[in-house]
Design a protein around this ligand. Structure first.
Ligand code: NDP
Length: 475
């Protein structure tokens, strides 16, 4: 199979010396049409389904190319974990998940195809680019848009890892109900900290926002809104230096005042981190140029990376604005750039038609309805009656990560029907189960075998991970 090597072109360019930046690799669309080895094709593969990815999909779809959106482990991205959004242009008040849902529908209307999968690797050293998913599928993409967003930063203090998911978390919307009438800390001084504090203030007795400087950098509007909650206070020039607990959950934290140099122990039930994000660039390493601070390097005022045909948009490349609206705008630009790349390299409506049948179509897996368990006695009885492998999905209806994971859990239930049992527990209703099993956050997944707990995860799991676990304990 003849491949058009971007890297080879760059190397040749380095050897020749002058005019290197003007050398572009050959992207021969006709060759793709004629080469049947290129299966599972994608016109434009979009990795990530937040505002950037979905907006890119909308524009690619409107240009009569088929956008293939890899939704990742958290479809919709960070916006699905916010509540009220006041700065989404055109809609004065919208819930984060609704804004995402609207964008997704709009992209679907223009032909966007959604793959509920995580991309584990990309290879842009040859064209068509190669994408590998967690389930092992290989896709050949004519263009790629990376819109993988960013992940919350951790503090790195003693106790943080031990109590992660046991009171230390980054998702107030998921876990606030576990802190009813309790005292909690929010660490950070940005918009996310203000947002987390307000979500928690609806449940907790007292919320202290721990800010390392003498001011919060959150927007004026967010600070004004925060000030309307009488149970939120702010500890300025303060840092959390340790988190302590009783072995099962957080019971306190050490607060260090960086002016007086004094530390105090605070009895708190939870520590919520909102100290910024790091761009999700794992798949880029060795492939795509990054800035010194780890964001994808953009070429001029475009969404192009250092590799022709590969674009990026949103929090993975933007270290300055980081708004849902700007991500969406960057996604639009990336969509336009990708379309222009395809067309300027010979992608015509005729070629589009010829490739149509070879485009990747994600398979739709069967899903089984899950039984809910409502009380601890019912849970014990269930385990007694089901001595094989039992997967228990602990969730609440208001936890976005739980909703993201549910389809994967339902697919596992269908796949292993008759060999393993899968049930769910709404911990906002079945409080006795949450107390007995010390579930202080969601989602939590537990696996039982012969009635005994064999594995517990205090986080969202992918379908592949769930599959691996069930197989591990089945045999
Ligand atoms: P930011 O980077 O804006 O803020 C991070 C905060 O954490 C800063 O106050 C920073 O302190 C503090 N911090 C960083 N590291 C530490 C540490 N090790 N210990 C203690 N404090 C630390 O991140 P956000 O997640 O708040 O916001 C990201 C972007 O998303 C922003 O552009 C924001 O506007 C946007 N956003 C918008 C929302 C909305 O409009 N509704 C909601 C949420 C986010 P320091 O100030 O000292 O550097």
């Amino acid at each position: 199979m003849k491949k058009y090597s971007v890297v080879a072109t760059a190397l040749l360019c380095a050897l020749i010396g002058t005019g290197c930046d003007k050398v572009t690799p050959s992207f021969n669309m006709q060759h793709v049409v004629e080469t049947s080895d290129y299966t599972n094709l994608a016109d434009v593969a979009i990795i990530g389904s937040g505002p950037a990815g979905l907006s890119a999909a909308l524009y690619v779809g409107r240009a009569n190319k088929t956008p293939l959106v890899f939704e990742g482990i958290k479809p919709g991205g960070a916006l699905t974990e916010t509540t009220e959004v006041e700065n989404w242009p055109g809609i004065p008040h919208v819930q984060g998940p609704d804004a995402i849902e609207g964008l997704k529908k709009q992209a679907q209307e223009f032909g966007a195809v959604f793959a509920p999968e995580q991309v584990t690797a990309i290879d842009v050293s040859s064209w068509p680019f190669v994408i590998t998913t967690e389930s092992g599928v290989t896709i050949h993409a004519l263009a790629i848009i990376i819109a993988t967003g960013a992940s919350p930063v951790r503090l790195g203090v003693p106790g943080e890892t031990q109590y992660w998911g046991k009171g230390v978390t980054t998702c107030a919307i998921c876990d606030a109900p576990y802190h009813k009438d309790k005292e909690v800390l929010v660490v950070g001084g940005g918009d996310s900290a203000a947002e987390e504090a307000m979500q928690l203030a609806r449940y907790a007795r007292k919320v202290t926002v721990v800010v390392r400087k003498d001011h919060m950098r959150a927007s004026a509007r967010m600070k004004e809104r925060m000030a309307t909650y009488p149970n939120i206070t702010t500890a300025y020039q303060s840092e959390v230096t340790a988190i302590s607990g009783d072995g099962f959950k957080v019971t306190g934290a050490t607060l260090y005042n960086n002016v007086t140099k004094e530390s105090v122990e605070l009895p708190v039930n939870g520590v919520f981190l909102a100290i910024g994000h790091i761009p999700n660039t794992d798949i880029c390493k060795g492939n795509i140029a990054l800035t010194p601070s780890g964001y994808i390097q953009m070429e001029g005022r475009t969404q192009l990376t250092n590799v022709p045909g590969v674009f990026a948009a949103g929090d993975v490349e933007d270290d300055r604005y980081r708004q849902a609206g700007t991500s969406s705008g960057h996604g639009i630009s990336a969509g336009l750039d990708a379309v222009s790349f395809l067309e300027s390299n010979g992608y015509t409506p005729e070629i589009g038609k010829q490739l149509q049948d070879r485009l990747y179509k994600p398979s739709v897996a069967k899903r089984a309805q899950l039984a809910d368990i409502h009380s601890y006695p019912e849970f014990e009885t269930f385990l007694e009656e089901h001595p094989g492998v039992v997967v228990v999905d602990f969730y609440t209806p208001f936890c976005p990560s739980c909703l993201h994971m549910l389809p994967a859990v339902q697919e596992i239930a269908a796949e292993f029907a008759g060999r393993a049992d899968v049930v769910k527990v709404d911990t906002s209703q079945a409080q006795d189960i949450a107390d007995q099993l010390k579930v202080f956050n969601v989602p939590v997944v537990m696996l039982y075998k012969n009635g005994q707990l064999v594995a517990r995860f205090n986080k969202i799991l992918s379908k592949q991970k769930l599959q691996e676990l069930v197989l591990q304990f089945l045999y």
